[in-house]
Design a protein around this ligand. Sequence first.
Ligand code: AKB
Length: 340
Amino acid sequence: MRKPVILITGANGEMGHGLIHGLSKEKNTDILALDLEPLSKDIKDNVLDGVQGDILDIKLLEMLNTEYEIRAIYHLAALLSTRAEFSPMIAHDVNVNGTLNLLKLAMEQAQSQGEKVKFFFPSSIAVYGINSIEEKEKAGAISETEYLSPQTMYGCNKLYCEQLGTYFSNHYQQLSATYSPGLLDFRSIRFPGLISAITMPTGGTSDFIPEMLHNAVQGKSYNSFVDADTAIPFMTMPDAIRAILELMNAPQKKLNRNVYHISAFAPTAGEFKTAIAPYFSNVNLGYDINGKRQKIVNSWPKDVNDTSARNDWNWSPKHNLKSALNEYLIPCVKEFYKKK
Ligand code: AKB
C-alpha cells in the first residue's frame, strides 16, 4: 500500500519551517518533506518521512511516485532573486525544470488516484517589472494583471511557472479527444517580502528588512543595500503561512483566479528603521547602496491591491506594521536570540 501524504519541497527553508508546523496541526495530514540537505532538527518530529534529494533527480521523483500516494504538493524549493542573478542558468534549471518535474508528478498521482491533486506554488512580487521610480510612484498599489514584465531571472521563472501551473490546471491537452481538464488544482500566491522572527532569509533582494531586524536585535551594525526611501510590500511569516493554508482550504468554486497577490504593510526602509529603533538600546543601522540590487527592488511595486484575495477567499492580514512588531517580531526575535 502506498502511504498517503502531502509533499513539501524545500522543507528546510524559512517558509518550509512555518508551513510544516502549520500543516502538522491539521488533522489526518502526514507530511513527506524533501530537501537538498538533511531535514533540520526542529521539523523532523513533525513529518512522517524526510527525504534528502534534488527536485531535478528524476529517479528520486519516480521513487516517490511509486512509494507514496501524494494528495497535495507544496512546492517551495527555489533559488531566490539575488542568487538567481548570479547563476541564471542554474536558477532556470531549479526554478523552472524543477517545477515542471513536480507538476508532472502531481498529474501522474492524480491519474493513478482518480482524484485531483492540489498544487501550491509560492510566486512573488518579482513577477512585476516597473521601469522607473516615477512610474512606480504613479502606479501605487497595482492589480494582478499589470506590469508583468519581470526584470530578474527569478521573476521570469516565477511568472512562467505560474503560467505552466495554470495551463496544466485549466487547458492541458485541449485538442485531445480523451482528456478533460481537471487533474491538477493549481493555486499560487505572489508573496511580498517576508519577515520571520526565527529565520534569516538568504539570497533574496527583499532581505534588507529582515536583515535590519536580525542585526539590530544582536546589537550588530548593518547597512541596508537599498536607500531609505525604497518601499515594497512586506508581510510576517505567520501571515504568509496562514494565507497558504486559507487559500488551499478554500472551495475551488469560490476561486476566480489561479494566482493571487496579497499585501499587509509597505514601509520604506527608512520607516522600518525608525519603527524598530525604540525596541533596542543600541541600534546602528545605516545605508550602503548596492546599485544593482536597488534597481531590482525599484522595479517591484510599491504595494499591491489584494481585493481579489479578500473577495474570493477572505484574505485579511493579521499584522500591520505596528502589530507585527509588538505582537510577533520583537518578542519572538528577542526570545530566539536569547535561546541561541
Ligand atoms: C526575493 O527577494 O527574492 C524574495 C521575493 C520578493 O520573492 N523574497
